[in-house]
Ligand binder design. Structure first.
Ligand code: ADP
Length: 474
């Protein structure tokens, strides 16, 4: 089976969040279970030149906005699968990956170019796997083309929802500019008087998936459907949830090149050294008996930062450390900064994005906080589990799929989990975690339970293969 994965970001070429991790890892995992997969993604200013192995196409002519645009295509296998990177400097060589007024135009272009590229490089794939609103355009273009173009006649589309909160909404007048002005296309995009790329992808793709099992149900409710829950319910028989995997080649405490001491299920000594180094790095006094609570996240309301703000005082009162890595909304950034000024011997803060530090924190911390409002899948809780860092999470989306609340009597469970979005409930779990940390054997059990979990991509990839097979038969 031939599968083309199309995504707006993919590790190691680009990453702002979980989508990048998934799109980078899935094509490789698919190859490992026998699928002939390839990846198409933009070449950004941020894409390191060492990953651009060679020029695949020097002149991909893209008919665009009444003219013709000459894009270049690079080839790489830096993520472990054949990858084509579309290079269109006007759209993608910018200071940030997202956040521009014309993002919809940038990704409409990317989608159109990606479909042209597939045609240029050979036989049509059986499945085009589209990801998030950035790829809603290709769902519609491919479905339109399928009606008259034999090249696409046997190609089906799978559309994965990584985050329903971002929908790519824009004025319908642009549809004409993108070659999507037909009645068919307009109807697909039309949502409350505007055009929505997420809606188009949901409506038109042959099948749908979400990045965790629980999230596939959550987006059918108004609370998490962001105005499109009705459409998800309507298409529920074509929807399946597949919990993301972890790339254990990248996130493995036994081999991780980003950390200075290594450890495993059988020997956790290296973790203590990582903790010492982490405290040292943040110029915190080194007391290895005190737990470190960590957070690595985009600082947005989705991530439950306001709950962290409410419990931070209690954590410090209990004598623990807090280390936060992240950037985002100013109010949240200011909060962490103020907390550090208030308790400089207990709090470490890094404002920004830092991949290496993310690995070092996972390795050196004791607890990891993810009290999210919603979490389509969440990856950091799974990285934490592998690094013996016990997650404290709210029971939503992928957090609910992957974290089992600790049962101290029977020694079962891999973390701490609460239901209601409430600081009191979060705090209860924090106290439970501190209490468990006080007993070395209990803590070891918790760590081992998490470290022996298998959240590998192999499991997830097999489920995607089943989804593709099903989609082909439709
Ligand atoms: P989301 O996609 O909603 O941001 P996920 O948990 O699915 O959340 O994925 C986030 C990914 O981005 C993880 O790999 C996490 O380690 C990483 N990440 C988030 N913020 C930072 C940061 N400031 N520095 C380094 N890595 C970060």
């Amino acid at each position: 089976m031939r599968v083309a994965v199309i995504a707006a970001e993919a590790v190691p070429y680009s990453k702002t969040g979980g989508l990048g991790d998934v799109a980078g890892a899935l094509p490789k995992a698919l190859r490992q279970v026998g699928v002939d997969s390839l990846l198409i993604t933009p070449c950004y200013l941020q894409t390191k030149s060492e990953y651009l192995w060679q020029t695949a196409i020097d002149d991909l002519w893209v008919d665009w906005r009444g003219g013709s645009y000459r894009a270049k295509v690079f080839y790489s296998e830096a993520n472990g699968s054949p990858t084509f990177l579309i290079d269109a400097p006007e759209y993608f060589h910018r200071d940030s990956i997202y956040g521009y007024r014309e993002d919809h135009e940038r990704f409409a272009f990317f989608n159109h170019a990606a479909l042209l590229l597939l045609r240029r490089i050979g036989q049509a794939p059986d499945i085009v796997h589209l990801n998030d609103w950035h790829c809603g355009f290709a769902a519609v273009e491919l479905a339109s083309n399928r009606k008259w173009d034999p090249y696409w006649s046997n190609t089906k589309t799978v559309f994965s929802i990584h985050n329903m909160a971002y929908q790519g909404v824009f004025g319908t007048e642009d549809l004409w500019n993108f070659g999507l002005g037909s009645d068919f296309a307009r109807n697909a995009f039309m949502s409350n008087g505007a055009a929505s790329a997420m809606k188009a992808g949901l409506e038109i793709s042959d099948t749908l998936s979400t990045v965790s099992r629980r999230y596939s149900f959550e987006i059918q409710s108004p609370e998490n459907g962001y105005g499109l829950d009705w459409l998800v319910r309507q298409r529920a028989s074509r929807l399946i949830g597949i919990t993301n995997g972890v790339d254990y080649d990248v996130w493995n405490p036994q081999t991780d090149p980003e950390i200075d001491a290594h450890f495993s299920l059988d020997n956790l000594d290296g973790k203590i050294e990582c903790k010492r180094l982490l405290l040292d790095q943040f110029s915190l006094p080194i007391d290895l008996n005190r737990p470190i609570f960590a957070s690595i996240t985009r600082l947005t309301a989705q991530k439950g930062i306001d709950l962290m703000m409410q419990v931070a005082g209690e954590i410090l009162e209990a004598g623990a450390y807090i280390i936060s890595l992240g950037s985002g909304e100013r109010a949240y950034e200011n909060f962490w900064q103020r907390l550090r000024d208030h308790a400089p011997h207990q709090v470490g803060v890094y404002r920004g994005y830092n991949e290496k530090l993310a690995h070092q924190i996972e390795a050196g911390a004791d607890m990891f906080m993810m009290p999210s409002k919603f979490e389509p899948c969440g990856l950091n809780q799974m990285y934490s589990l592998r690094y013996g860092t016990v997650p404290i999470v709210r029971a939503v989306g992928g957090l609910d799929d992957t974290v089992r609340n600790f049962d101290a009597v029977n020694g079962l469970g891999n973390g701490f989990k609460f239901e209601a979005y409430s600081a009191d409930k979060f705090q209860e779990k924090i106290y439970e975690a501190i209490f468990a940390y006080g007993d070395k054997d209990t803590w070891r059990t918790l760590q081992r339970n998490g470290m022996s979990d298998d959240n590998s991509w192999e499991n997830a990839a097999r489920k995607y293969v089943e989804l593709y097979e099903w989609t082909r038969r439709l």
